[in-house]
Design a protein around this ligand. Structure first.
Ligand SMILES: *Cc1c(COP(=O)(O)O)cnc(C)c1O
Length: 379
């Protein structure tokens, strides 16, 4: 399949492709759901172009795999999902601009509301025929969006009685769940529970409580509440360095050797000549670079797999090319497949490896994957 994709010029305008496996998305989704004691609903987070995997196609695969609802960060992402014909509930997590409220209502998008003032704006647009479905955002320690947990009562009271507003959820976001040593998650859970108790007393009994991101789902069962909200783990990428149960990378990234040359000892490679051949050596050039999201800061540390062998990337990573040192004996031919991210029978390069080489978070590496790299979805 992969070679067929890479070699078919009618479907691949260039010999570089991201392959996304539906099976892996489905397995990760099931694994995350099984982390919860009561198999609570799962809201699949597909913001940031589904963490670089491609928004609408990936969302469709996740829905087919059993996601109960979807979450995005901004209005446009929600609208794109609706335009793609996705009918599931969609929550827009990010900040709410009052001018956008009519668009949320028109597209039947759920959205986060984080102040009494915004709640009033929403109420002024919502009608019995076009009610708003909102999730109340509470800040329990992220210091970002959300009403402060210890001053939430007037907000909750207003929400409970606001006309034409259906409070579908009450939520907060974890700040330190990726650090399993930190006690801050327990503090956030306690604060959130307190807010929730108040909300229930005020009559907000049907609103789903949700707090858990991927690391929360995997490592902090007390954060699961009525619904889980994983993102990165769905894609098989670990939210934290702690050993994580068998998450399967959903994405692999391939290209082909497009040039081969022999350099003599002392010959420089790349901008600035930062690397010179330590001996007579063979250099393969791959037609992919930082414009495709292969981070320049990974230079000097990155490696790729060609013909089953791991080789170092040498010289500065270019916008559209990387050079690979095959050594004096290595072989590669034009058209050979090079694995940037993916596995062979005995070796594997993960997004987490690229992140480590580049000194970035895996989130950043995923969302930087270039739009110009074609994505293919394997059933
Ligand atoms: C991004 C995000 C998530 C998902 O986070 P992951 O760490 O990718 O699982 C959940 N909730 C909110 C509010 C978010 O912004």
């Amino acid at each position: 399949m992969i070679d067929a994709v890479l070699r078919d010029p009618s479907i691949v305008p260039r010999p570089t492709a991201l392959i996304i496996k539906r099976e892996s998305l489905a397995a990760n989704l099931e694994l995350l759901r099984n982390c919860t004691a009561r198999r609570v609903p799962l809201m699949a987070v597909v913001k940031g172009d589904a963490y670089g995997h491609g928004l609408t196609d990936t969302a469709r695969l996740l829905v087919e795999a059993g996601a109960d609802s979807l979450a995005v960060a901004v209005l446009e992402e929600g609208v794109a999902l609706r335009r793609a014909g996705i009918e599931k509930d969609i929550l827009v997590l990010g900040g709410l601009s009052s001018s956008q409220i009519p668009h949320y209502l028109d597209h039947r998008l759920e959205f986060a509301v984080a102040s009494t003032e915004k709640l009033e704006h929403v109420a002024s647009h919502a009608t019995p025929r076009n009610p708003a479905r909102v999730h109340l955002k509470v800040d329990t320690g992220m210091g970002r969006y959300g009403v402060q947990w210890d001053r939430a009562e007037p907000f909750l009271r207003a929400a409970a009685s606001a006309p034409n507003i259906d409070v579908a959820g009450i939520f907060s976001h974890l700040a330190c769940s990726d650090d399993t040593e930190s006690s801050f998650t327990a503090i956030q859970v306690a604060r959130f529970s307190k807010v929730l108790k108040g909300a229930r007393e005020l009559g907000l009994v049907r609103a789903r409580a949700h707090l858990a991101n991927s690391a929360g789902v995997l490592h902090h069962p007390e954060t699961h509440f009525d619904l889980i909200r994983p993102g990165i783990a769905l894609y098989g990428v670990m939210p934290c360095p702690v050993a994580t149960p068998a998450l399967r990378p959903a994405l692999s990234w391939f290209t082909q050797v497009s040039y081969f040359k022999v350099l003599q000892r002392g010959d420089p490679v790349g901008y600035g000549g930062t690397w010179t051949a330590p001996q007579r050596t063979r250099i393969a050039t791959l037609p992919v670079g930082y414009a495709d999201g292969y981070p320049q800061s990974a230079g000097g540390k990155a490696s790729v797999i060609i013909r089953g062998v791991r080789y170092p990337v040498v010289g500065r990573i270019c916008m559209d090319a990387v050079m690979v040192d095959l050594g004096p004996e290595g072989t590669a031919f034009n058209g050979d497949r090079a694995i940037l991210v993916g596995a062979t029978a005995s070796d594997e390069i993960r997004i987490e490896d690229i992140a480590r080489w580049a000194d970035r978070s895996p989130y950043e590496v995923l969302t930087a994957l270039g739009r110009r790299v074609p994505r293919f979805y394997m059933k």
